[in-house]
Design a protein around this ligand. Structure first.
Ligand SMILES: Cc1cc2nc3c(=O)[nH]c(=O)nc-3n(C[C@H](O)[C@H](O)[C@H](O)COP(=O)(O)OP(=O)(O)OC[C@H]3O[C@@H](n4cnc5c(N)ncnc54)[C@H](O)[C@@H]3O)c2cc1C
Length: 300
């Protein structure tokens, strides 16, 4: 078995590192101001497009980078070095958008891939967290479409996005269904922007939907397919989180190692003390194990 990166994987890793290093200069601003000004977002967007790492999970024929899951994990690992969740400025559309009809693709997905629009995914509710089958948001049939009512929590990028992918129980049978909903549609209100323990370049707001009317063409992936599509979104999202945490841990270990070598106490660098060496070694082992496991899952 050969664990070395291929030439292609190495090239992707290097360009992801280059983009990461560029975005890193915005970290302090993001940390101190809990986000970035519009100008910074524009600069980062240009850098993302120049790197070719936009929409790594979307086919090249639609303008994405067209990477395999393992290649995406390699890119995400580098981006994970960024604090303030700045990796999220390197947009990766929800894989649910692969289910767009050709018309929906032109209206939603292609502009997202090109960095002109931004999606967010609204599944979670007060009483529907780990168990999305408990959602109370409904989509009632009208003559020419649907009317949505309900409330969604933890909608990451909801402040920045201009449209939402909303999971609702559709029709009298409550069929789990996804809807593409422009954020400016009347009846949508961003009710709360809760503070989190982390700094995140975007927010995770809460939204209410009051008699939000959408057409039949707003259904994404067919009536009744909302859970299956959402499950595959969670699978990809969680795997990429695993990859990013490996990059984050590696950067933390590098900083800790450098500090241990530089910092002197009791007349010698603290790196000379066996307990400190043991902690650094434990970190290195954890990172190696997590990387190997993430790569295995991505490959599978
Ligand atoms: C930073 C952040 C970003 C998010 N972004 C989004 C987003 O963009 N869109 C979106 O829709 N949602 C988002 N979420 C919501 C996220 O998906 C939910 O937090 C998650 O589904 C868990 O729901 P919950 O927080 O209500 O916890 P709960 O479901 O109430 O779980 C509480 C605890 O019980 C445990 N638990 C639950 N069920 C079981 C079980 N069967 N067996 C054992 N243990 C169990 C859980 O592991 C957890 O420890 C985000 C959350 C966070 C923290």
């Amino acid at each position: 078995m050969d664990f070395r990166l291929t030439a292609r994987q190495k090239e992707l890793k290097d360009s992801a590192r280059g983009l990461t290093d560029f975005i890193m200069k915005y970290e302090l601003d993001c940390e101190e101001n809990n986000g970035l000004p519009a100008q910074a977002h524009h600069e980062i967007r240009d850098a993302v497009l120049a790197s070719g790492l936009q929409a790594v999970n979307m086919p090249a024929e639609w303008g994405g980078a067209g990477l395999t899951i393992l290649e995406q994990a390699i890119v995400q690992e580098e981006l994970g070095r960024l604090t303030g969740a700045l990796w999220d400025t390197v947009w990766r559309p929800a894989n649910a958008l692969r289910f767009c009809t050709p018309e929906q693709r032109e209206r939603y997905l292609v502009p997202v891939i090109r960095g002109r629009r931004r999606d967010c995914y609204a599944v979670t509710e007060r009483d529907a967290g780990s168990d999305p089958q408990a959602i109370a948001t409904t989509a009632a049939r009208t003559q020419d479409g649907w009317v949505l009512n309900g409330e969604k929590w933890f909608v990451t990028v909801g402040d920045h996005a201009d449209f939402m992918i909303v999971l609702a129980a559709a029709g009298e049978e409550g069929a789990p269904t996804l809807f593409l909903v422009d954020k400016e549609t009347p009846g949508i209100e961003m009710t709360r922007v809760p503070r989190f323990m982390h700094t995140f370049v975007y927010e995770h707001p809460e939204f209410t939907f009051t008699d939000v009317r959408v057409g039949d063409d707003a259904v994404l992936g067919g009536v009744g397919n909302g859970y299956d599509i959402t499950r595959s979104w969670f699978t990809e999202e969680r795997l990429m989180i695993a990859a990013r945490t490996t990059g984050a841990a590696e950067r933390a270990l590098e900083l800790a190692r450098d500090w241990a070598v530089e910092r002197r106490q009791f007349g010698s660098p603290i790196a000379d003390f066996q307990l400190v060496q043991g902690m650094l070694a434990d970190c290195a082992v954890d990172i190696a194990v997590n990387r190997a496991y993430t790569h295995q899952v991505a490959w599978e």
